[in-house]
Design a protein around this ligand. Structure first.
Ligand SMILES: *[C@@H]1O[C@H](CO)[C@@H](O)[C@H](O)[C@H]1NC(C)=O
Ligand SMILES: *[C@@H]1O[C@H](CO)[C@@H](O)[C@H](O)[C@H]1NC(C)=O
Length: 388
């Protein structure tokens, strides 16, 4: 048997950092990004290693060293920054029986600037402070989960301030003050380039599961993730999470492919800024409100997606939207996306609509994901953690 020097170095790095690893030396990013973030390398050839504690994880994420960081267990940040009790509000929209539903923390003055609506009430809220700000992630990082064991509890990730070339694969981010609007974002990207978010799961999040803020996040691929909206603190009083995906960057190109987005009731996604979005082969299931809320400025191609039990696939259409309306019309995609767009499919759902084509030329020369006929079972089976 022959061992390469690189494999030996990798195995020793892991054995130093992690105890009792069953799959010693086998960790690596799986596959490669397609679509806009194609070419992302994350930590590249840096040896993979397991942080021994939440504080070591925090320091490895934020430093200036190219790293492959393996989560082989739960990293629990709940309580690590203490709790806060202060005035928040019960927004006017929260008419849920028994004071259920989602109340709000007064971040961004949301409770006091009118956003909470006429009839909102000031109430005391107590929340976990760690949840409301994400762990800062620097450039050149791969953050990967081992099997289905990599869990980040109580705190999300923030890839911002120019951090570039980051891969987040196969981890579950959960329990960020789910009872409160503004309780925390699972994954925030704001001012970045080449980010690949693949095979992760998001659940029980107070605010957005994924948010691309107003800065320019450039090339981003979001693939094969599970957005699980099941919650006991629904802003819409029906067990479904309202605040799922928010894409309003100022120069963002986002590929959304193979994601399973279920039990949400709005903002799945909300779009705006001047985001160019390719939504392909995603599966929306059991959405009691809307999937797309297409704000002014965004440009969206939706193809090969499956909508099952989705009340309103498209809420407003202020931006440009090509909904792949018919096999004849879909040939127009070929010139810029290099394939004929695939039809979307709908079961017990509203309609999509949108035949804008003027913006399709903006896909020309970019890395564009391929499209298949959408299959709900294949997308569901292939998304989330422990599935690669
Ligand atoms: C990230 O990697 C690239 C390519 O190796 C390098 O040029 C850049 O300086 C790195 N950035 C940081 C912050 O280490
Ligand atoms: C489900 O996903 C696994 C990989 O996690 C794959 O091996 C299997 O073939 C898939 N099954 C179906 C029915 O798609």
């Amino acid at each position: 048997m022959k061992f390469s020097a690189a494999a030996f170095a990798l195995a020793s790095a892991i054995s130093v950092e992690g105890a009792a690893l069953g799959e010693r030396g086998t960790y690596s990013v799986k596959g490669a990004a397609e679509g806009f973030a194609k070419g992302v390398t994350g930590g590249g050839s840096a040896p993979c290693a397991v942080p021994s504690s939440p504080s070591q994880l925090k320091s490895w994420l934020g430093d200036n060293v190219a790293r492959c960081i393996v989560l082989d267990k739960e990293y629990n940040f709940k309580g690590s920054e203490g709790s806060v009790t202060e005035n928040g509000c019960r927004p006017a929209s929260n008419k849920c029986p028994g004071n259920g539903g989602q109340d709000a923390i007064n971040l961004a003055s949301w409770c006091t600037n009118g956003n909470a609506g006429v009839g909102s009430k000031t109430i005391k809220v107590t929340y976990d402070k760690a949840g409301i700000s994400g762990l800062l992630v620097g450039s050149n990082k791969s953050i990967i989960g081992a099997g289905n064991k990599g869990v980040l509890r109580g705190k999300g990730l923030r890839i911002a301030n120019g951090a570039k070339n980051v891969i987040v694969q196969n981890i579950h981010i959960t329990e960020l003050n789910p009872q409160f609007i503004w309780g925390g974002d699972a994954l925030a990207i704001d001012g970045s380039d080449q980010v690949w978010v693949d095979h992760n799961k998001f659940s029980l999040i107070g605010r957005q599961m994924l948010v691309l803020g107003n800065g320019a996040s450039n090339r981003v691929t979001v693939s094969n993730n599970e957005f699980d909206g099941v919650t006991s603190w629904s802003a819409t009083c029906d067990g479904h999470h309202y605040w799922a995906i928010y894409l309003t960057g100022s120069n963002d190109m986002v590929t959304l492919k193979g994601n399973y987005i279920h039990h949400t009731s709005g903002r799945s996604p909300k779009t705006g800024g001047n985001s160019l979005i390719h939504a392909v082969n995603n599966y929306w299931y059991a959405n009691t409100g809307h999937a797309f809320d297409n704000g002014a400025g965004s440009q969206i191609v939706a193809e090969g997606n499956v909508f099952q039990n989705v009340n309103t696939p498209l809420l407003e259409k202020k931006g440009s939207f090509f909904a792949s309306p018919s096999t004849g019309a879909n040939a127009v995609c070929s010139a810029s996306l290099k394939h004929t767009c695939q039809m979307n499919s709908f079961g017990s759902s509203g309609t999509l609509g949108g035949a804008d084509t003027g913006f399709l030329a903006n896909f020309a020369g970019k890395n564009v994901a391929t499209a298949q006929v959408g299959s709900a079972s294949a997308i569901q089976n292939g998304s989330g953690v422990g599935r690669i």
